[in-house]
Ligand binder design. Structure first.
Ligand code: PLP
Length: 438
């Protein structure tokens, strides 16, 4: 297993033996736009959006909403694409909301998240009449109600619940008391208190419930547990208050392939399973099928993104290891440092050659800044272009200016054309907020 299993979407090795994405030779992209460079396969993003929508259309007879989780990667162009594909959008901050509105994303198709939404963020949500605010805590219920009242509006809300299951890749834990800052806990009664409060506030309209059980999930069983918990809570609420859940939002979480060994479920298998479980629970407990939403981020953009770097230094420490240093690092990809995340890469200009050297890819920041430990590359040399796969989600959106690195450019590639959707930052950009004081 190696490169073949990592070639997704429009990726291929072309006649020159170079990696090609969206009909564009990666070596030419690096020449034209410089490195580091985030390259997105536009057709693959669109295909992922369509696969989600189609899978719901085939498996769920009531309304469904695929809400792209903007935290994974959000720019004006991405908002346009998401709108174009008819998805909804989940934003988690005032800045993400601003980006969406500037891109003319229809506000009625926006969900707003956050464990602490500021007054200004809530005001913007109400003023712009966004589709749903996903309320996370008691304080927010009151705050949002009074903001809505002051604007003569009614805010439509979901309550974010903690259903007692937390999942990541192959592991999940089932517990009543998850230690998390997010949402209302079902187990300790706070969620029920929140429902009663929400129903009592005149300027809020409760539509249903939300949960998000984790990220980079390969095992879909935890969703079954979460769905059952959400329905059994909804049934208790219905019998105690008369309120019948109309909407259920199951958050994001489906995993993607970062390294050849990763084997996440397909979008189709994931959607079919959750639709089945929702239908089962609804019928068992006598609910009409709720409007069903999910919030995929990583599984829409993760595999569609590739980062191109220029190799600058190859340092062999005899009998220890060979370091290959590239012109980016933890400022464009903080995930290895944050979570020990693993990656796969290929020398883009030697993509048809057999990888013959085990090396460690290092960034150029003033930390150990390791991007990939122990990977086989084809004879890496200074000047080569290194392509690191699966960097579409939580890379550009988490990028920083650490060490005063300008953030890389972002291009969408399709049919042999590259569109610059975010220009590279300049040194002047680094100073745009600095003030000289005496
Ligand atoms: N929805 C919520 C509430 C989240 O917190 C997240 C990620 O943290 C997502 C959706 C997107 O998750 P993913 O990118 O794993 O699909």
């Amino acid at each position: 297993m190696g490169l073949d299993s990592m070639l997704r979407g429009t990726m291929r090795i072309n006649e020159r033996g170079h990696l090609e994405i969206g009909g564009c030779d990666c070596v030419e992209l690096a020449k034209e736009f410089g490195t580091p460079l985030y390259v997105f396969d536009e057709l693959l993003i669109r295909e992922n959006c369509r696969r989600y929508k189609k899978a719901f259309a085939q498996n769920y007879p009531a309304e469904s909403r695929v809400c792209y989780a903007g935290k994974a990667f959000l720019t004006l162009a991405m908002c346009r694409l998401v709108d174009d594909e008819g998805l909804w959008l989940d934003v988690a901050s005032g800045g993400e909301l601003f980006t969406a509105l500037q891109a003319k994303f229809p506000p009625e198709r926006i969900y707003m998240h956050g464990n602490f939404k500021t007054e200004d963020e809530l005001k913007a949500a109400v003023r712009n009449k966004i589709g749903r605010v996903v309320v996370d805590c008691m304080e927010e219920l009151e705050r949002l109600d009074s903001i809505a009242a002051s604007q003569n509006a009614v805010a439509e809300i979901l309550l974010r619940l903690t259903p007692g299951v937390e999942a990541h890749t192959h592991e999940y834990i089932r517990t009543g008391q998850i230690d998390t800052k997010f949402g209302f806990h079902i187990e300790n009664g706070v969620a029920f208190e929140a429902v009663k409060k929400a129903l009592s506030l005149k300027n809020l309209k409760l539509r249903g419930f939300h949960c998000h059980i984790g990220s980079q999930i390969f095992e879909i069983e935890p969703y079954r547990i979460a769905i059952e918990q959400m329905f059994s809570f909804a049934a208790m609420v219905r019998s105690e208050t008369g309120f019948a859940m109309q909407e259920l939002n199951l958050g994001g979480g489906l995993g993607v392939r970062y390294v050849p060994e990763d084997d996440p479920p397909s979008i189709e298998a994931f959607v079919a399973a959750i639709c089945d479980w929702v239908k089962e629970s609804a019928s068992l407990l006598g609910f009409e099928l709720p409007s069903l939403a999910i919030e995929p981020g990583r599984s829409i953009v993760g595999e569609a993104g590739t980062t191109l770097y220029t190799i600058g230094v190859v340092k062999e420490i005899p009998k220890v290891r060979t370091y290959v240093s590239v012109d980016g690092g933890m400022s464009d990809n903080p995930r290895p440092a944050l979570y020990g995340a693993r990656y796969f890469a290929v020398v883009a200009n030697k993509a048809s050659q057999t990888p013959n050297k085990i090396v460690t890819v290092a960034g150029k920041h003033c930390e150990s800044d390791i991007l990939i430990r122990d990977i086989a590359l084809a004879d890496p040399e200074p000047g080569d272009i290194l392509a690191v796969f699966t960097t579409g989600a939580y890379h550009y959106s988490m990028a920083s200016n650490y060490n005063r690195f300008p953030r890389p450019a972002v291009v969408f590639v399709r049919d042999g054309k590259a569109k610059l959707v975010v220009r590279r930052e300049t040194y002047d950009d680094l100073l745009r907020c600095d003030q000289l004081v005496d």
